[in-house]
Design a protein around this ligand. Sequence first.
Ligand code: IPE
Ligand code: IPE
Ligand code: MG
Length: 246
Amino acid sequence: MNLIDTINKDNLPKHLAIIMDGNGRWAKQKGLLRALGHESGTKAVRETVETCAKLGIENLTLYAFSTENWNRPKLEVDTLMKLLIKSLKNELKTLMNNNIKLITIGNFEKLPSSAQKELSQVISQTKDNDRMTLTLALSYGSREEIVSAIKEISSKVKNNIISIDAIDESIINQHLYTQNLPDVDLLIRTSGEHRISNFLLWQIAYAELYFTDVLWPDFREKDLYEAIISYQKRERRFGKTSEQIK
Ligand code: IPE
Ligand code: IPE
Ligand code: MG
């Protein structure tokens, strides 16, 4: 039996998020430049996106560049931005063929204008696609996102648009970059690191976490299936007892 046949299509994560890590180490192991690791990582992105759409996952969020990644050497940052632009140009067809909508979360204004332009085009061209929403976290930091939400809410309170008593979890959700996305059900991190690195802190409150040693450029269809199968074997209790769930 194929691995894919063991996946229960009725119990897929509604929102899958992935911390795509290990490009640099992948390149180093092969005696290559880090840039080649990133380039190779884009192939894993394409395969993962296509597999998720094929499976029926409605929301896929990929951590592509963090607020902290701006502190990397300028050459690496420039390479990553160029690679982003190139991938957007190349992959528009993949997104259209698979009926995938692209959106971004993060500090859009901080991205180079050439990247902003390319992103805006792809976002607008894919806006009516409705099989899957692919969210790219770019120049994204969860703490920055929370700070910005607090500022927006405070300003609405100050201007009597909402009252303090009305602030609840739903109001906070509505002011995060992820306002239209459901909570994360499954979070995958590759490369053997067991940390969150400022990704979707609020949204992963009850996510199942899955860590694999596979480096991102080596991440294949089979690795994704294994993560989903692991997810489907778990009992999500949300604070209740096992008996209450059954
Ligand atoms: C992930 O790979 C890509 C980005 C963070 C942009 P890394 O570049 O972090 O690879 P490692 O962790 O150095 O191996
Ligand atoms: C997290 O990876 C960010 C992305 C995958 C885009 P990092 O490689 O930047 O994380 P740390 O620095 O190891 O925590
Ligand atoms: Mg890393």
